[in-house]
Design a protein around this ligand. Sequence first.
Ligand code: SF4
Length: 700
Amino acid sequence: MSEIKTHYRTCNICEAMCGLEIRHQDGNILSIKGDADDPFSRGHICPKAVALQDFYNDKDRLKTPIRRTTDGWQAISWDEAFAEIANRFRGIQDAHGKDAVGVYLGNPNAHNFGNAIMLPRFFKALGTNNRYSSASADQLPHHVASNYMLGAGMLIPIPDIDHTDFMLIIGANPIVSNGSLMTAPGVGKRLKAIQQRGGKVVVVDPRRTETARKADQHLFIRPETDALMLLAMVHTLIDEGLVDLGHLAPLIEGYERLGDAVGPYSPERVADACGIAADTLRGLAREMAAANSAVCYSRMGASTQSFGGLCQWLTNVLNILTGNFDSRGGAMFTQPAFDLVRNKKGKPSSYGRYESRVRKLPFFNGEFPVATLADEILTPGDGQIRAMITIAGNPVLSSPDGGSLEKAFESLDFMVSVDIYLNETTRYADIILPATTGLEVSHFDVFFNSFAVRNTAKFSEPLFAKSEDQKHDWEILKELALHLTGLEDDGVTPEMMLDGGLRHGAYADQGMSLEKLKANPHGLDLGPLQPCLEKRLQTEDGRIHIAPPLFVEDLNRLDAFALTETDQGTEYPFSMISRRLPRSHNTWTQNSHRLIKGKNPCTLKINSADAQRLGLEDGQTARVASPTGSIQLPVEIDDDMFEGVVSIPQGWGHNRPQTGMSIAESQPGESINDVTDRQRIDALTGNAAFNGTRVSIQAA
Ligand code: SF4
């Protein structure tokens, strides 16, 4: 036996970027613990990190390309796979145009260093505008709000959680998610620290979440009325003369337009719709204004709903008006070593540059909303998608109305998936190209360093070498690009591109380079967040647009929905929201036995009063139905649910046949996206509106 060695790396499963200390010997993992010397995570990890070894060792994991045949899946060589894919894609594009091939990117791409760097080259080679990703089922409203207010979709304000005195959390459960668009490992401790220094944490959510239970105050709110609540708070600040723009005052454009827009939204007018008393709404606004520092943070529940764009705009407005934007303890801007905010001053936004063919939804940041992907495949006509490539994604389970995507994928002329599993989506592919996984790849967090609550930088070397017949994701993308274009390999690697970005980035004067990061395997601390907005703003006039007309006009849609009597509740009387679980992340985490063992967590949470009215008992199977479809799952009576609201976890539903995920497939659990509706979107941004889906409930 050789000696026991220790390897340090960043966990790339979720956004938190926890540092890991992995002891190993002869290719076997002995332990995975938090790296106490990581300057960012300081020893924090969650149970999912330990499962990295399960994905590495998983016998279900694909390691060589496979092709679907009438006799089942058969192994093929990489050369054969690349040649066939390029040939089929080129043939389809020659006959039907470039846009006849579509691309879908799953969320793991954002956690994959090689892909994050190499995808633009692949996109250029493929030349299609028909690109889709999980971003439009998640955080698109944040990007659109930043695009219009600050001039750059990637310039997203992050709560300075470690220095704030008052934190208002809307529709987020960071104790379970470990932060999202707030990369913050160990959120629980950070929230507790707010309380220990005399501050206050308030959570607003239709469910008393794990985070809400630790907060000083929890307020139930009716789903999809968060924008009304934020409007009432902004109204109060202006109405009561509590506005303090601080150092940003000279940069604010549109203040009068904002005042006119929020004028009608007094707390008294919106209180009933929100389910929160007017006095409480006024009180919250006053508390935020009075705090030494304060921050409002709104996330999934406020983004993946019909008014996600309005919510993110108004969250920013609230932080600006209370003097808590780009200010210590407020909403600040990370200054990453590898900066994704390019100098765009004067360049037009891509928002709405094209409209999707069938539903006329807006193009933004190089893609169309995933809620219309099935329409673009299933609707005949010029521009119809006839072939697809999915990269590290399982949209059948993660996108609204997943069943429609199954029909769509089945109808394609040709489909390719880059994935380590034969899953509910990739089973429709003609060819699957498996890449290396977590412990075999180098890592630098290209995206989440931009959303972190502290400036740090870290590079992780691979722990295990890949075998000769395996390829990294970026190698697959590069090979595909070369086969599609016929160009010669220029030898450029993601590490070279990263090094160039680091050497010319914000820490160039400190000698930042890839070599320097490699010499510091625990990572480098680059200090707390600092006010930096004035120099990073990308609007053409160099000002902060506090009331972009596009957002102000969208208030008409909110009024029509939330402040007008409707009969939407009669046939489908419940409002459904999703929830995240501590031991699952993407659909593949359910193929780790250690992450799914124990009681089935895929339950229908419902308030006891609602359950009693319906005659439902704990553990009984209920049928949840919407105009899209129906599912059956066990009832969990839980008075942490707001009356009239039910909750189902996201990312489940491995009960479909013919996948290769033997552990996941043996689990109970239904897909919430067999009930969600792909027609429900935030019309402003195109983001999918999962939360607030109207459903009926009855005993099965
Ligand atoms: S919180 Fe996220 S990054 Fe940290 S250990 Fe868990 S899965 Fe990994």
